[in-house]
Write a protein that binds this ligand. Structure first.
Ligand code: SF4
Ligand code: SF4
Length: 292
């Protein structure tokens, strides 16, 4: 079983369009949508949810009214200003759950043991059926932390399904950027495919994500989306990338068919014959051949 993670140094490079097309081409696979902060692969794959589970990614504090003596200690020591004072209420203190970082300090120091510190539900994860195969995906709650932990959970569940059903591929739509969730999405993967665009900022973001993949010693490949909108920058990016030991595995034409396919809720390879669809096929064939 091979796990391929599709990432981009930033959002808006076409990462999810590439992921959706590779999903449609892989035939036997599990899909893992690890873009848990802003998942949108489901818009194209239309998953039918079979199983929903809560994600408890951290702890949060809550004041138990009957036990609170209004001493104000929690308000004084919370360095995230998450304990709010409102003298019109009883008790006069309550916790702002958006500001609470779940550090547990208030609960530890409360003299009346009046602060519960319990695992909090930060989101949900799902196992679904799609027309291309099973899919594991998730939704992180608003302002919820621990997206790295949720990404790991989604990948672990995808692996369990791939092993159980003997499926040869896991295709992971990774989060954008280079933060903690991206690290969680690439560690231990068999290959990373970076999707970039031919702009100066695209080149910089690519360098950062390429460094990350190099650090974890993961075979890394590059594809340039809409390369023909600026062939010179595209060439420059390719040269730099290859000098860093990253193989350029494909170029994707700028093609209105990509947007038209999205509007119809389809990966571009399942829409109509187009330059972009042919480019996506080449990328998949190249990936298959390098992964053996
Ligand atoms: S530290 Fe405990 S007893 Fe004091 S105000 Fe806070 S919750 Fe109430
Ligand atoms: S758990 Fe930490 S962040 Fe949350 S209210 Fe208590 S002291 Fe503040």
């Amino acid at each position: 079983m091979k796990e391929i993670v599709i990432v981009s140094g930033k959002g808006g490079t076409g990462k999810t369009s590439v992921a959706a097309s590779l999903v449609a081409l892989a035939e036997r696979l599990v899909v893992a949508d690890c873009d848990v902060d802003a998942a949108d692969l489901h818009l194209v794959l239309e998953p039918h949810i079979k199983k929903t589970e809560d994600f408890t990614g951290g702890k949060s504090a809550g004041i138990v009214p009957g036990r609170c003596s209004n001493c104000g200690k929690c308000h004084e020591i919370c360095r995230f200003n998450a304990v709010i004072k409102d003298e019109s209420k009883q008790p006069a203190y309550f916790i702002d759950h958006v500001a609470c970082e779940g550090c547990g300090v208030c609960s530890y120091f409360c003299p009346g043991k009046a602060i519960d510190f319990k695992p909090s539900v930060n989101g949900q994860w799902f196992i679904s059926d799609t027309r291309y195969g099973p899919m594991v995906h998730a939704r992180l709650g608003i302002a919820a932390e621990n997206s790295g932990k949720l990404v790991s959970l989604v990948r672990d569940q995808a692996k369990i399904i791939a092993e159980k059903d003997n499926l040869p591929y896991i295709i992971v739509d990774g989060p954008p950027g280079i933060g903690c969730p991206v690290i969680s999405s690439v560690t231990g993967a068999d290959a990373v495919l970076i999707v970039t665009e031919p702009t100066v900022s695209g080149g910089h973001d690519l360098e950062r994500v390429a460094e990350l993949a190099k650090h974890f010693k993961i075979p890394t490949f590059l594809c340039i989306n809409k390369y023909d909108i600026n062939p010179e920058i595209a060439k420059n990016i390719e040269e730099k990338t290859e000098a860093n030991g990253i193989a350029v595995i494909g170029r994707i034409h700028y093609d209105k068919a990509v947007t038209e396919a999205q509007i119809k809720g389809l990966p571009v390879v399942a829409f109509q014959d187009s330059a972009a669809a042919r480019d996506m096929r080449t990328i998949w064939e190249n990936l298959e051949s390098v992964l053996g």
